[in-house]
Design a protein around this ligand. Sequence first.
Ligand SMILES: C[S@@+](CC[C@H](N)C(=O)[O-])C[C@H]1O[C@@H](n2cnc3c(N)ncnc32)[C@H](O)[C@@H]1O
Length: 221
Amino acid sequence: MIPEYLTNYLKTLSAQNRRLFDSPLVWLFDPPELPLDPRSQFPTLQRTFLEIGFGHGEVLEELVVRHSNTAFVGIERRPFRVRKALKRLQRAGVSNVALIRANLDLVDRPLFVENSFDGILVNHPDPWPKRRHERHRFFQPARMDWLASILSPGGQIEVTSDQAAYFFTILHLFETDARFDSLLPPPFYTAEQEPGRPVSRFERHKRAAGEIVRLLRFRKI
Ligand SMILES: C[S@@+](CC[C@H](N)C(=O)[O-])C[C@H]1O[C@@H](n2cnc3c(N)ncnc32)[C@H](O)[C@@H]1O
């Protein structure tokens, strides 16, 4: 039984999104349409890729432009950021992307069908450093089930963070999950800048301030 406020969240969200966004690059859906199927949304494209919490969308834009044969889905809860990313993508003249404005914490039914994505990216998930706020963190044991279900076998997930404690909590979740295998050698992460990897303004500022940004990359077995 889904609590009423969650059913209402999806209903309210879909109505609000229809008012806020009028673009083919925004994926508008009604609750009964869930779970969404990105592969049938983009039937002519070969691969599918999800960015969670794309912020202002700089990284998403770079990836979308670079990989025209991949269908990208981006999720972000803040409408203003979705709007900003939308402007960038419209300017870039691309069509291989669909933005979803939603707060993943409030979507309690499957958002995507199984094996929806060949790649998932989560750059700088909010750290919620206070102990009493930890339950708001994106990476929780239950979230691993969701990620494992929407990632196709052989698909990759990449996570970066400058928040050491949270990063190592996330790394532990992946290391101890038999459904995932590290694509990086021990210690299963890198703090080196990888050439060609798109970097957001947020991350550039962190690096310029001398913060260590760590990256993990796992494959779903
Ligand atoms: C610290 S920012 C990082 C933004 C971007 N990935 C970057 O590296 O510059 C985290 C982003 O995730 C989004 N976010 C956090 N929790 C979310 C949730 N539950 N559902 C959807 N988006 C979320 C925030 O709104 C924010 O834009």
